[in-house]
Design a protein around this ligand. Structure first.
Ligand SMILES: Cc1cc2nc3c(=O)[nH]c(=O)nc-3n(C[C@H](O)[C@H](O)[C@H](O)COP(=O)(O)OP(=O)(O)OC[C@H]3O[C@@H](n4cnc5c(N)ncnc54)[C@H](O)[C@@H]3O)c2cc1C
Length: 396
């Protein structure tokens, strides 16, 4: 499980990264090889990874790489941020980590949509790994249909009182800042059609009334965790609204999701490359009917197809990543990347697992975890159907 894997030998020439990005990549790769991979099985047994995962990343200076130095970040660009996600995908522990230390995408939400006070208060603590922030939008009866959320923020003087129930909050047990979507509902705006949805920064250390459930049992979760979170009249100041009372609410969320989908696409492609490499290594050593499995024409054709499809995916995704590093790309572009790559990842994991034979189904082999983890990618950050719906709106 913990053998370092050299994915660079696959031979894809890529031109979007600079020597600075490559140096940064070395540091991130070392973080996964020397800190995450030796501990991952223990964290899986414990049922979740500790907050130390973020603090160690902060100590190594790999969080908030694209955030300006004035806010505690590294002052790099979006592609530095992408590198963190790619290395997550290139790691054999990646599939056990869910979001892992990659949640600093929320830092971008604050950078792009937060007030100056919010940037100064939160971003340096994101960069140090002290703050673990998670998005709490989905509810029991509304995931895709975000506008149907029932969590309410009721105005009370200069404060708001948040009440409701969220599901699927990634890293719930260890997160200390929740970005909660709630429907503003004050006495003057009784009618739901006038109420709007805002994102609240809920600092768990300074509020009462937040209860986080133990991790939800999943088809597969490795060392990752998702929880339900209950809010009972949680009092937050009006300054806790992302961007202030005039903040962009769900428009800020759309910006975050666009960035997150691009980063996830980069991570999924990296995971596909890792799966291909692991499968090549395995089939070179596995013998059936006196021949190496990689020497069967079927195996070679399958792997050739996988390699080709990854290379084609890379062309589109790298171009999108490069353009996003020069200024936000259109949300449709990110939706197309996530739709196509999550589908590709499902196919790649299935083909690769098949070539491991029964051992592909054994938890001892990372490919089994990568297969299961890939399935979730067609569900979160917009299901494939919701992505098609969004893309289809641009047809005419
Ligand atoms: C591992 C994991 C981690 C997650 N992490 C988070 C998190 O950190 N924070 C968070 O807020 N949420 C999180 N989620 C929740 C995730 O965002 C939702 O599951 C997702 O948005 C789908 O919503 P739903 O489950 O309510 O399904 P539904 O919206 O009920 O959808 C059910 C089915 O109907 C389809 N469908 C719905 N509407 C349409 C339509 N208009 N046209 C065609 N088909 C449609 C869907 O595509 C799906 O196939 C996570 C989910 C998972 C599995």
């Amino acid at each position: 499980m913990n053998n370092p894997v050299d994915v660079s030998s696959l031979g894809y020439g890529r031109s979007i990264f600079s020597p600075e990005h490559d140096t940064f990549r070395d540091g991130v790769r070392d973080y996964f090889r020397s800190f995450i991979e030796p501990n991952i099985l223990e964290w899986e047994k414990r049922g979740g990874f500790p907050a130390e995962v973020f603090r160690e990343a902060g100590k190594r200076g790999i969080l908030c790489a694209g955030i300006p130095e004035v806010y505690g970040g590294m002052g790099g660009d979006f592609l530095h941020h992408v590198v963190l996600h790619e290395e997550h995908g290139f790691s054999v522990a990646g599939a056990s980590m869910e979001a892992g230390a990659c949640t600093d995408g929320i830092a971008y939400a604050i950078l792009l949509g937060g007030t100056e006070e919010q940037k100064k208060e939160w971003l340096p603590r994101f960069a140090s790994g002290e703050v673990i922030a998670e998005i709490a939008v989905s509810e029991a009866h509304s995931g895709s249909d975000v506008k149907a959320i029932k969590t309410v923020a009721r105005r009370d003087g200069d404060d708001y009182l948040i009440s409701g129930h969220k599901m699927w909050v990634t890293n719930g047990p260890i997160s200390n800042l929740l970005i909660v979507a709630a429907r503003i509902n004050d006495a003057a705006e009784e009618s739901a059609k006038h109420s709007s949805i805002k994102l609240f920064l809920v600092d768990r250390a300074h509020v009462k009334g937040v209860e986080v459930s133990p991790p939800t049992p999943l088809m597969y979760h490795g060392a990752g965790m998702v929880s339900q979170v209950f809010f009972d009249e949680v009092r937050v100041p009006k300054t806790a609204i992302l961007g202030g009372e005039a903040g962009q609410g769900m428009r800020s969320a759309l910006q975050v999701i666009t960035t997150a989908r691009l980063c996830l696409s980069a991570r999924m492609l990296a995971a596909c490359e890792l799966a291909l490499k692991l499968t090549i290594d395995f089939t070179q050593n596995r013998v059936a009917f006196g021949e190496r499995v990689i020497d069967f024409q079927n195996s070679r054709f399958k792997l050739a197809q996988v390699k080709t499809e990854i290379a084609v995916g890379r062309a589109f995704v790298d171009d999108t990543l490069r353009r996003n590093s020069q200024g936000p790309v259109d949300a449709t572009q990110a939706a197309m990347a996530k739709l196509w790559v999550s589908d590709l990842e499902g196919r790649v994991m299935d083909e690769c697992l098949q070539l491991f034979g029964g051992l592909g189904f054994s938890a001892e082999y990372p490919i089994s975890k990568m297969y299961a983890f890939a399935r979730a990618h067609k569900l979160y950050q917009g299901t494939s159907e919701i992505l098609r719906l969004a893309i289809s709106r641009t047809l005419d």
